[in-house]
Design a protein around this ligand. Sequence first.
Ligand code: UDP
Length: 243
Amino acid sequence: MTDNITKQAELYAGKVKTIFETNDPDRVMVLFRDDTTAFDGEKVEALPRKGLLNNQINGFVMQKLEEAGVPTHFEGFASPNEAVMKRLDMIPVECVIRNVAAGGMSRRLGIEEGKPLPEPIMEFFLKDDPLHDPMINESHIHVFGWASDAEMETMKALTIKTNAILFPLFDAAGITLVDFKLEFGRFHGQVVLGDEFSPDGCRLWDKTTQKKLDKDRFRRDLGQVIEAYDEVAQRLGVELFEA
Ligand code: UDP
């Protein structure tokens, strides 16, 4: 599917991925770099193999989602750390869903980290590093027009559906999917899951030991970040390919 796609000029370099135009105006090539960032880009480090792991974990998860009926931008791998994606017009809203209290919500509301939630909680953040991704609600999104009401309904439904697909997938791998963040974009008018699903944008805890297997190892200086990402890939059954 991606054989005829060739990489062209660089379009945009984000904090951890670089996006290239291709010979197809509807497709981009995404390079997952080894850079790892936290605190809105204040902490940066290149961790060898992280790009390869995130690209391949993302591709694996996106394919599972697509098979289960979530439209995604993933089209196919181009190299160990590159993939072809649909070119989306991104919606600047981060959709977060939580199954267990942790991180920002625990800090903000004084809820003990690790407290299971009787049902998932959804939150929205404006994608804006200089403003430190402030929390917003549906009223803000409606009034400021960041997404239409119909797009908002689709984003919510797809976030809930993604959680319903991925929670059991990780559970079967002995991992609790604590929370995660999704970003969506428009492709010829359709709302499609974009960005990435990788240990950079979710919390993954070993079901029995509670060991963190996600970017909190980097944020909190716990060490063995890549070892943890490798373990996630292995437990999910991702068949990693190297250069
Ligand atoms: N998250 C993310 N990018 C962000 C903010 C959050 O990928 O800019 C993810 C984060 O990895 C976690 C979930 O969204 O899985 C919820 O994050 P939280 O609000 O707890 O914020 P944090 O503790 O990361 O500041």
